[in-house]
Design a protein around this ligand. Sequence first.
Ligand code: ADP
Ligand code: MG
Ligand code: MG
Length: 247
Amino acid sequence: MLEIKNLHAQIEDGAEILKGINLEIKPGEVHAIMGPNGAGKSTLSSVIAGKEDYEVTDGEILFQGENISEDAPEERAHKGIFLSFQYPVEIPGVSVTNFIKAALNETRKANGLSEMPAKEMLAMIREKSEQLGIKKDFLSRSLNEGFSGGEKKRNEIFQMMMLNPKLAILDETDSGLDIDALRIVADGVNHFKNEGNAVLLITHYQRLLNYIQPDFVHVLANGKIIKTGDKSLALELEEKGYDWLLN
Ligand code: ADP
Ligand code: MG
Ligand code: MG
């Protein structure tokens, strides 16, 4: 699904942030990336998604066997890479539902498919919103306008489920994920994941991994993956912190 080889990336002024990342994600797998603040976790997710603030200086990113390093963010999205908070904008007058309909049809169009029939779309919206416990009135609210942290999270996970990407990258920032938000993310990921897709979950929180079973846990520090293990590594990190791994 995703193969990252010796990836180096820097910000525009030249400071190198990713210093040789190697990572392979196969279909059906859930990978968690943990690591201290400032390690480069968000940078890695941005670089995979193709955000233009970063320059790849070495290495490559293969998605389904194809080098996507030169692709624009939209192309990567159309190929099936989803990054959480890709659409954080407030759009007054555009509802949660209408936004996702447009995004879904745009993706279909980019892949040579016709618009999804309205009936099918409605059924899908109903199914996914029920799985996430999303109420009808939420679906008709203006996108992100006055959303609470939990509502933003719910919308984000709803977008992921509707767009049904091949690879979902969820970057759970260091700031407070309360227990409700945690459940929303976990429910969403657990409904979403199947043998044909993959999840890259970036998190500060071992707690989240009590609800989502990762196949692999990686520790990213100072721009490199310094350790890889299974779920037990997350427990060890919770107990011991990161210092024992750093020199
Ligand atoms: P993490 O998500 O692991 O906390 P980040 O990827 O956000 O870490 O950041 C890694 C390092 O790169 C930090 O030192 C951060 O300040 C720096 N950095 C990331 N993005 C930028 C940017 N656009 N401009 C300047 N510095 C950045
Ligand atoms: Mg950070
Ligand atoms: Mg971050």
